[in-house]
Design a protein around this ligand. Sequence first.
Ligand code: CAA
Length: 258
Amino acid sequence: MTDYTTILVEQRGRVGWITLNRPEALNALNSTLVSELAHAASVFDADEQIGAIVLTGSARAFAAGADIKEMADKTPVEMSLRNPFAGLEEFSRVRTPVVAAVAGYALGGGCELAMTCDIILAADTATFGQPEINLGVIPGLGGTQRLTRAVGYYKAAELVLTGRTMDATEAERAGLVSRVVPAGDLLAEAERVAEAIASKSLPVAYAAKEALRASQETTAAEGLRFERALFTSLFALDDQKEGMAAFREKRAANFTHR
Ligand code: CAA
């Protein structure tokens, strides 16, 4: 499955790019897009030549949410047995670090998709929110959980309960976005960040992501134990020896991803 119809996929150096491409629907997440996204990400994830993934949309929309038209007439049984969003679970579990480069609307499932990534860079045109309550539903792809962890209960509660959206500056202040850049610089900045990650040791980047993820999913005590075990295990890698030797020898490290 490489003849994608709703996404564009490209490899540039050690960075895999996935661009959501349903302009007629502001990149709304229909079942085709979700499964193509999961597939493309899993192909990059299985490729040792890829050290980071950038996920982006268009200047107008990162993604305006789950596809309301596709979803509107579904029954609970259809939503659960033929879960159209199953691929997002898969996407959220890729080991490779993912940078979301968000311009325009990141609403509902679009905001939730950005929150499955590891770093969110925002253009100054970006708008974030969970407006599902206006449609008679609640967020269903992690909005009540990941947004709460990102911006705190009270800010998340206001956004989820009122459906109000926030601009990029507010999202950065709240801690959802790591940096806001002028719209014209967004992709170049995402490339710089992704290349910086991809220049590190791949197994070490995987370990860092795994430990970071644990912080969102477990208790602090469990997370600290997990982090220590991972940290210790990294001393078995050639890249740990190389990284520390390079420091002592005052040169750049040459990681071999082993
Ligand atoms: N699903 C399906 N189609 C969508 C869509 C969505 N989420 N968002 C936009 N579109 C479509 C519009 O229907 C329109 O198509 P037509 O021209 O064929 O009617 C096209 O994209 C352009 O959209 P607009 O004309 O509405 O553009 P606008 O600039 O006037 O408004 C907007 C932009 C404010 C983002 C508005 O489109 C909007 O409110 N979209 C819905 C946002 C939303 O409610 N998202 C949450 C979805 S539910 C969800 O995500 C559930 C979950 O957690 C799993």
